[in-house]
Ligand binder design. Structure first.
Ligand code: DGJ
Length: 743
């Protein structure tokens, strides 16, 4: 078992292949004291020194007259509240008298193979051989609040997960005002922080900054649909780069409001907390009731950021994502959104399908505008029945015609929303989230449905199921296009209104689970105005998520780099669209747009009936490249070689098979410069002793995969590099393929 308890030393040790996590029980109250998280330890001798027990009366049970000053510097497993630890608390419990305090001590623990499910919440999973769990129960005897601190350590990847169950075993009701999933105290080793930020159309740009005394937080308070921040935080040594240095990565498996904070204290220690955002959160707990926090996935890498990324990719691919499509090539799709927007009928869609099919495209996805009175984005959300004025013959006809072409069919929904101009809203105005007595603020002329209510969820899913049963629909794009505001539920009592944000997320998860139960073979793609809700919570339900509405190849280099910092390439929805690009107006070569989309799920988002000779020649070749190399991209190990976000000149990344016998190298030159030599880039992760044949993959020629005649040693390409001739022109991209030779 990779989790042990050492009775005499009162120490818990959790091991993953290359890391250890250690904490112990100390003091007469049985405080859980954090001791170590880092490279794997074989021995724990002397580890208690890290808690400075001797100088800490709260732990040594001596000199209690000055307990307070020491509580504020103890490295604890889960920081509590109100009793002298003035750093960020992880939990806040308010009793009926209005007092807020919690002081929990060890009661018992259990170590088990496998991992408990989190009720109603997405979470990582694994077999009894793959993961073990530790649950430590602590209690505050004064108010009866019990904490079950849950840890799981994976055996096949350097990942430990954390979550907490809070139980009210006291006599009256209590209000949970804050319940973080993770609290981690460490010595500050001169850390930086990395977080992801952006806006609509420019999601997940990487921001690195030095941590100084005080707190740095990243937070989402929009209830979902949040492009500005992301439930992820890394703390890393100043000198950490792609291949070396210490990195701790924290990723939150949740799709609502979040807070991640790194705080450097007066004593230069670091506290990281992560969990549901406490602002506007309050959860009433009557006697016997419990609350489960969502899960935080954490990883430690002593080999820089690249290894952190690969740990996240591995754990999410193997232990979070569940779709039957996960390990298969996804159908190459065409989505009509950028091609037609709302202006379509069944003839137009069928013409697009026919021309797309002739080029090798395998699925047509009909986006927004097929239902109710939806001729523009001002109306009809909530009315999930076919608009037969636009689609004569309904979906039955359209889908069967598309199937006859040998294509699959997919459909767009936005189930969480309602427009004021809709039959649904006219019948049930109280189903929208609103504060009684106030006119709710609209965004894109829509309100958010109160899916914390079962009757609302059921009514929406009934409509969705009816549509999906009416024709052979094999894919669903589930969109969500506005944040939550004007928080008010007509169904919750006044002292439970603070539960709405979280209940909303639980409702969303229940709806998505119901969809997958009803249609187990469905390919689900989540979306939220592009990548506004691209998080691990949603990945549990859908193996792919639309990454951004910005389909410009150059902007996508940054967006996809930030997204792939955590998420597998196979999860990033990526499409080739027309030029000038609809969002930024940039003109890029079709081959570059294809290469950039290849590192995602790959598809097209344009009107294929408008194709000229160039597209008709090149698109089938791009599809051939996708089929030939998607297995590597989907299942392989991803290495960032050079970041356009950083250098502003060029971008380069590499994907290797797990066996390291094959690799793809994607290179994009952003702006060309006069009179410069070829560029040398160092590859990573190959076998130093192997020889690789180098091929160039180009859709410009009939021979797509061309032998360059070069045989390169693994050691040379990693320590020296490969030489890349500068292409002539801006925004040009090159794709190389390396294959090990044994001759
Ligand atoms: C936002 C999505 O990100 C787009 O891809 C598209 O589906 C529109 N919504 C449709 O309204």
């Amino acid at each position: 078992m990779n989790i042990q308890y050492f009775e005499q030393e009162k120490l818990f040790k959790l091991d993953t292949p290359k890391t250890s996590y250690v904490f112990g029980i100390a003091g007469k109250r049985g405080y859980l004291v954090h001791l170590y998280y880092g490279p794997r330890l074989d021995s724990l001798q002397g580890i208690w020194d890290l808690a400075r027990v001797g100088e800490n009366p709260a732990l040594a049970d001596a000199n209690t007259k000055d307990e307070l000053s020491y509580v504020d510097c103890m490295p604890v497993e889960y920081s509590t509240d109100g009793l002298g630890d003035f750093r960020e608390s992880s939990i806040c419990v308010q009793d009926e008298g209005g007092h807020r305090a919690l002081d929990c001590g060890y009661v018992s623990h259990e170590i088990l193979r496998g991992k408990e499910k989190l009720p109603g919440l997405p979470a990582t999973f694994g077999t009894e051989e793959e993961v073990s769990s530790l649950i430590v129960t602590c209690k505050d005897p004064d108010n009866g609040v019990v904490l079950r601190l849950k840890y799981s350590a994976f055996q096949d990847v350097d990942v430990i997960t954390r979550s907490v169950e809070v139980i009210n075993e006291g006599e009256g009701s209590v209000y949970l005002k804050k319940a973080m999933s993770l609290s981690l105290d460490m010595d500050n080793r001169e850390f930086d922080a990395i977080t992801l930020h952006g806006s609509w159309g420019r999601e997940k740009h990487i921001l690195r900054r030095k941590l100084e005394l005080g707190s740095y937080r990243t937070e989402g308070k929009k209830g979902g649909n949040c492009h500005q921040a992301h439930p992820f935080l890394a703390v890393l040594s100043h000198n950490a780069d792609e291949t070396s240095g210490e990195v701790y990565g924290f990723s939150f498996v949740y799709s609502g409001n979040f807070l991640a904070q790194a705080e450097v204290s007066q004593f230069n220690s670091l506290r990281v907390v992560m969990g549901i955002h406490p602002e506007q959160f309050s959860w009433k707990m009557s006697t016997g009731e419990s609350f489960h926090t969502p899960e935080v996935v954490m990883t430690y890498s002593a080999e820089g950021l690249g290894q952190m990324t690969r740990n996240f990719h591995d754990v999410y691919r193997s232990h979070l994502m569940r779709s039957p499509y996960l390990h298969t090539k996804r159908p190459v799709l065409i989505n009509n959104w950028e091609g037609t927007y709302f202006d379509f009928d069944e003839k137009k869609i069928l013409n697009i399908a026919k021309s797309a099919r002739s080029l090798g495209i395998e699925m047509l996805v009909l986006d927004d505008g097929w239902f109710g009175n939806r001729f523009d984005d001002n109306r009809a959300l909530g009315d999930w029945y076919v608009n037969t004025e636009k689609l004569k013959g309904g979906l039955e006809y359209l889908v069967s015609e598309i199937n006859k072409l040998g294509m699959k069919f997919g459909l767009w929904f936005e189930p969480e929303m309602v427009c004021p101009d809709s039959d649904l809203y006219r019948a049930h105005p109280d189903w929208a989230i609103q504060i009684p007595g106030r006119v709710g603020r609209r965004a894109r002329n829509q309100y958010v449905l109160d899916i914390s209510r079962k009757e609302v969820r059921d009514a929406i899913m009934e409509q969705v199921f009816k549509v999906l049963h009416s024709a052979n629909i094999e894919y669903v794009k589930w969109d969500m296009n506005r944040p939550l505001s004007d928080l008010g539920s007509f169904a919750l009592e006044s002292d439970r209104q603070g539960e709405l944000y979280h209940r909303y997320v639980l409702g969303l998860y229940e709806m998505q689970e119901a969809l997958l139960q009803e249609f187990p073979n469905l390919l689900l793609e989540n979306c939220s105005s592009g990548g506004g809700r691209f998080d691990p919570g949603m990945l549990y339900f859908s193996p792919q998520i639309w990454t951004s509405d910005d389909t410009d190849a150059i902007e996508r280099l940054s967006i996809q780099e930030g997204t792939a910092l955590i998420y597998p390439l196979s999860s990033m929805g990526a499409h080739v669209s027309v030029c000038p690009n609809h969002i930024v107006g940039r003109v890029t070569p079709l081959s570059t747009r294809g290469n950039v989309a290849l590192t995602g799920t790959f598809g097209y988002e344009l009107d294929t009936t408008k194709f000229g000779e160039e597209e008709i020649t090149i698109v089938p070749r791009q599809i051939e490249v996708y089929h030939r190399f998607n297995d590597i991209i989907r299942e392989g190990d991803y290495y960032r070689i050079a970041s356009y976000q950083k250098n502003k000149e060029y971008d380069c990344y590499q994907v290797n098979t797990k066996k390291k016998d094959k690799a793809l190298v994607f290179f994009t030159q952003v702006l060309n410069e006069a009179n410069q030599k070829s560029r040398i880039v160092k590859l990573q992760g190959l076998k130093p002793e192997a020889a690789y044949r180098l091929y160039q993959v180009t859709v410009e020629d009939e021979e797509i995969v061309k032998d360059t005649g070069k045989l390169l040693s693994g050691q040379v390409v990693m320590q020296g590099g490969i030489s890349i001739d500068r292409p002539w022109g801006d925004f040009k991209s090159l794709l190389y393929y390396l294959e090990e030779t044994i001759d």
